[in-house]
Design a binder for this molecule. Sequence first.
Ligand code: SF4
Length: 236
Amino acid sequence: MMMNLQEALDLWQYGHQPTDTSKLPTDIQARLETAPEHARAAVARVTSEDANRALPLLANAAASSTSGKRVFWLHKAAQSLADTYGTHSACRPGCSHCCHIPVKITQAEAIYIGRQIGRRPRAAKHLGPPPSIVGYESPCPFLASDSCSIYEWRPMVCRSHLNFDQDDLLCRLLPGMSVPVPYLDTRLLVLAAIDILGQTQPIADIRQWFGDVGSEQHDRPSTGRTSLHKQLRGNE
Ligand code: SF4
């Protein structure tokens, strides 16, 4: 039976144990009343035909002979979803809340990105501990002035991380609180990537692979593209 990505890529809400909603700011409490319906309506605007454009790209990834080629096609598949769903999301240029939460990538993807940007990731055996702080104190090392400095080569998860509420209110990070955001459910894509790249792949946060690159010289010229969500919102 043909898989239907549009049905599989439903919504899920970040944070398995969201904060007791009565403790959240009142504007967020009010938004949580309307966000699920808004998000469902937004996702419903995507046709199966459009969503399924990612499938042959995943097939290309699975059929590729090297891990670099597999990552190349996985990025294409994630970008296809970004192009299809992004126009219906709340994600906008200059918005970088999600560059301050965990960004887990496989070793194969870290090596692929490292090759493109001219920077070698740490060896898996030399990875430090994952970031203990999730918040604005702990940005992705590639975030610069609220823009992605490796936009063209950014990870698969960054491409497909989309909020389907009406704006970024629920994405704002509140210290010690977990707010459920109606993100696109891309767990199937992540599982497919792990299967395609090999289940023994080390997986770590982008901060562990690349460390504190924001404060170091970067030997790759700028892509000239300045925002994480510019391409996610590429049809604007
Ligand atoms: S790689 Fe780019 S888009 Fe992804 S979290 Fe880092 S700065 Fe944001």
